[in-house]
Design a protein around this ligand. Structure first.
Ligand code: OOG
Ligand code: MG
Length: 260
């Protein structure tokens, strides 16, 4: 069956607009190729840009064993970060705009130069990076019970919803990103700990993979963009009054609060 990418993009955007879960696409279409899934993701982005949004960056997801095990998907995924998803400095997350949000810590690259594959290495990725900062991503799968297959989550722009970006950064080679530590806390209780190496062995390697992925699609990562490397711990529900803090070595800490 030929997949109408725009129809499925509109289907997902309707879920976003109504703050309602929708059935996973593969429940209807059965098999969905990764090419079709990324084409739906692109159509969804076009719809969002058509409403006046702009791009603030890009992201990887499912780059750690913790996340792959939590979601039952064993391959990394790539998505986009619309500017409207970047939270204000108060870190308040308006829950009435979301479906069933979860939060997770993120190492974030701020690019100083454009970057695109093929052939991008981890060293190239660090060369193109201006700063590394800490962050917290709020993910909000549009699918029922936050449950999906690999092509479903790709089509749904890898559950991207909101992101808080830290203000304390380092130059990309000022610390070894593989030993960069993160302690993730919910309401003051530690729920996960990890180092950068949890992300496919190296956060810079993740950035290189993303650059090679977009290059294959004739796209590039742009100077000034943020790029999330993927969560190194599992994600936690963000409810009304939930306070999440990610404390990083070298990168300070980042906090968000859910508000009904
Ligand atoms: C998919 C998004 C994954 C990450 O950092 O692993 C992601 C999901 O878990 O819903 O953003
Ligand atoms: Mg994430």
């Amino acid at each position: 069956m030929a997949i109408d990418h725009l129809v499925w993009a509109e289907y997902l955007l309707a879920g976003v607009d109504a703050r309602e879960e929708v059935a996973a696409i593969t429940k209807t279409v059965g098999d969905l190729s990764l090419d079709d899934a990324y084409a739906i993701q692109s159509a969804l982005l076009e719809l969002q840009l058509g409403r006046g949004d702009t791009l603030a960056g890009a992201k990887l997801g499912l780059t750690s064993a913790a996340k792959q095990e939590q979601m039952g998907v064993d391959e990394p995924v790539y998505g986009w970060v619309p500017a409207s998803s970047v939270l204000g400095s108060d870190g308040v997350v308006a829950l009435d705009e979301l479906i069933h949000p979860r939060c997770e810590p993120e190492i974030v690259f701020v690019l100083g130069e454009d970057l695109a594959g093929p052939g991008v290495t981890a060293e190239d990725a660090l060369d193109a990076t201006k700063q590394v900062v800490g962050g917290i991503e709020v993910i909000d799968s549009r699918y029922v019970a936050f449950s999906f297959t690999l092509p479903d989550v790709i089509a749904d722009n890898t559950s991207a919803a909101r992101v808080a970006i830290g203000t304390e950064g380092i130059a990309p080679r000022d610390a070894d990103l593989t030993t960069l530590g993160c302690v993730f806390e919910i309401d003051g209780e530690v729920t996960g700990t990890a180092t950068g190496a949890a992300l496919l062995g190296s956060p810079a390697e993740c950035l290189a993979m993303l650059a090679n992925h977009v290059g294959k699609h004739g796209q590039k990562l742009e100077a000034g963009w943020i790029v999330m490397a993927g969560a190194a711990t599992d994600a936690r529900p963000l409810g009304d009054g939930t306070a999440a803090t990610a404390r990083y070595s070298h990168l300070g800490s980042v906090s968000i609060t859910g508000k009904a």
